[in-house]
Design a binder for this molecule. Structure first.
Ligand SMILES: [Zn+2]
Length: 333
């Protein structure tokens, strides 16, 4: 991948008391349009002594400084991924060196195989109790505030947790659907996940306790003999198989969803990527398009992304730490 950046600067910030910023820069030959790429890495969240408190004496202005020139005066469209929700207690499978979820459900296998659906629903019945109680974090609230103020056109999200809605965001396109909705594979009838949860627990009394005992670390496969005893629940109308209304690995973003995403994308003058490594093409396509249109691209994400060579500014820090400061600056509060 080629780069046409004219200079790259990296500033490493530490907690206020021990801050010793290191600034490095290098020049590169410009090949086409002149661009400046700036990366800021905030290592304070990695410090064992960092309790997450606001330790920035400059109110984080240094952290958001490279983003402001790109975002100020331009209508923003945000593209969010798992990193936006990690502070809400929803694991980001691609952070901390992990390449993806363990044994991800494959779309085709879910449609074809009874045992795959059984394994999914056995685990999902356990996971839902915790998932549904996750609350929006400051990153979600900051995006909602920017939309409320008319600075943000909306959010295209890869997340299935519906936390943007709960934070007050109004225009949200859920590329991968939402776990709170379930659809019948046969007749298409929609059902709320909470209602299905009640039916699942009626069919599998005591499951939450059995499962919790079997999953002490919350990230293990359930023993096969336990899964085999799990009773699947069917569509209340036609008896068909049920699927959460999300896009599994190997599945495609539905056309109407994609059309809505492109419509929202077109309303933006700058793309702000939040908490996504952009590994999945469903999100990366918007970065590619922005680049083709020569729209500025800014990234807030811990760790490398697939688009690092394509963006004008990147801050490597938690979204919940950067976005509230960014919103305050943009709203001039
Ligand atoms: Zn049905």
């Amino acid at each position: 991948m080629t780069t046409d950046t004219t200079s790259i600067s990296t500033i490493r910030c530490r907690p206020a008391l021990t801050r010793t910023p290191t600034i490095t820069s290098r020049s590169a030959t410009s090949t086409s349009t002149a661009r400046t790429s700036i990366t800021i890495t905030d290592t304070s969240h990695q410090s064992p002594t960092d309790d997450g408190a606001d330790d920035d004496t400059d109110d984080g202005q240094g952290l958001v400084a490279p983003l402001l020139p790109l975002l100020r005066g331009r209508r923003i469209v945000a593209l969010t991924g798992a990193g936006c929700s990690t502070e809400s207690g929803i694991p980001d499978y691609r952070s901390n060196g992990r390449s993806g979820p363990r044994n991800p459900i494959q779309h085709d296998a879910f449609l074809r195989r009874d045992d795959v659906r059984r394994r999914y629903w056995a685990r999902a019945t356990l996971g839902w109790a915790r998932f549904r109680t996750a609350a929006p974090n400051p990153a979600h609230h900051a995006l909602a505030a920017l939309e409320e103020a008319g600075l943000l056109a909306g959010v295209i999200t890869q997340n299935v947790d519906r936390l943007h809605h709960r934070a007050g965001s109004r225009r949200v396109v859920e590329l991968h659907g939402a776990l709170s909705e379930v659809k019948c594979l046969r007749c298409g009838r929609a059902e709320e996940r909470d209602g299905l949860q009640r039916r699942l627990l009626q069919a599998n009394p005591g499951w939450l306790q059995i499962g919790a005992d079997a999953l002490p670390d919350g990230d293990s496969d359930l023993p096969a003999e336990l899964v085999a005893g799990f009773r699947l629940v069917e569509c209340g109308r036609c008896g068909g198989e049920l699927k959460p209304d999300v896009v599994f690995f190997g599945g495609n973003v539905p056309e109407p969803t994609l059309a809505a995403a492109w419509e929202l994308f077109a309303a933006g003058e700058v793309l702000l990527v939040v908490g996504s490594s952009l590994t999945v093409y469903s999100g990366f396509r918007f970065v590619r398009r922005a680049r083709e249109l020569e729209l500025p691209i800014a990234v807030i994400n811990i760790g490398p992304t697939r688009a690092d060579d394509l963006v004008q500014a990147k801050v490597s820090a938690p979204a919940s730490r950067v976005l509230p400061r960014l919103a305050r600056q943009l709203l001039s509060l």
